[in-house]
Each structure stands twice: as C-alpha cells, then as structure tokens.
Design a protein around this ligand. Structure first.
Ligand SMILES: [Zn+2]
Length: 186
C-alpha cells in the first residue's frame, strides 16, 4: 500500500529532501477501522492490546520506553509519523481512575516523548490528548491511552532517513529505535 506513495509529486516542495511522508498518511488506518486488534470485551482478559503489549519485547511491541507505571509505544495505525501513545500498565478506562503516581508518570512520559520526538524528528508541534469513551472516538476505550501526534509545518516532513520504499512494519521498527535511542532519562 505504501509503495504507491513513492509517486508523491516532489516538485511541489521547495526546500529540503522530499520523501514519501510529506503529508498525513492514513490509508493503513482502514485495518483499524475494520476492527483489527480490537478487544472483544471490557476486561483485560478480553484481548486488550494495551495489556498484552508489555509482555512482548520492545522491538516486537514497538515499545519506545518503559516506566514503573506507564509505557510509551508507537501507534500501529499512526495519524502521522511518530504517533506515540503513553499508556498505564494497569487496565483502567477513565482518567479519573489513575492514582496520583500513575498520573504523575503519565505526565512525565508525555514530556519525555515530546523531547524525544523533537530530538529525533524536529517536530514543530504536537497534538496531545485522550479520547475518553468510544463516543468520544476512543478505539480501545477500555484502556486509556494518551496520544502524542507530532506535527510539522504543513506536515511536510518526517524522519527523512527512513526513506521512500520501506513497508510500514520496517518504518515503525526504525522509528521505534530512533525514538528509543534519544529517549530522555529524566
Ligand atoms: Zn488493558
């Protein structure tokens, strides 16, 4: 699917090295919209991906960083390159259910994720937030997750080193490593 994006008209971008990710790219979200990887019920035992991801290796789970109470993971269905989520390990749906320590570490990880994305990709801005409840657009409403979507002026560029022709799994693997390598320790 992404192969077709390499025909992006490059002449419309006046500066820098054009690459395949010079616009928001979302066709792969169709798999998500169609229900792939969605839990089958509200509980952690009902196939909740946010509960099962931490059991995987960082590479397999696309985990960028692990804290004591929360972790940062790449979104498999990104709205933009580098779309991260900060997720509590504990299976809770509502922000008010987080205890103080979880709330603090979720906030700290949000800051670190911003720093890492700026370092790795030169992000100009961010959309940050939580969709609370499926009515509000949460795809996996049973396990809260804070989205960080990096933005660039005109969303014109993202990590040019990843190149034009890699398929999404390789792109995500490279992105994960780049962010993990620059993840701040504080
Ligand atoms: Zn869960």
């Amino acid at each position: 699917m992404l192969q077709s994006m390499t025909s992006e008209p490059e002449q419309q971008f006046g500066v820098g090295a054009p690459d395949a990710f010079q616009r928001l790219w979302t066709p792969h979200r169709m798999a998500y919209i169609q229900g792939e990887n969605k839990p089958t019920g509200p509980g952690a035992a009902d196939g909740c991906p946010f509960c099962s991801i931490p059991a995987k290796s960082d590479e397999d789970g696309l985990i960028v960083a692990r804290g004591e109470l929360v972790y940062a993971v790449l979104n498999l269905y990104p709205y933009n390159g580098g779309h991260l989520m900060v997720v509590p390990f504990r299976h809770v749906a509502d922000y008010t259910e987080l205890d103080e320590a979880e709330t603090a570490e979720l906030a700290a990880f949000t800051k670190r994720a911003m720093r890492a994305l700026r370092t790795a990709s030169g992000a100009h801005g961010f959309n940050i937030g939580m969709n609370q409840g499926s009515t509000a657009g949460a795809g996996i409403a049973a396990h809260l997750h804070q989205h960080l979507v990096p933005r660039w002026g005109g969303d014109t560029n993202f990590m040019p080193v990843v190149g034009h022709t890699k398929v999404l799994p390789q792109l995500l693997a490279d992105t994960r490593k780049m962010l993990a390598d620059v993840w701040p320790t504080v």
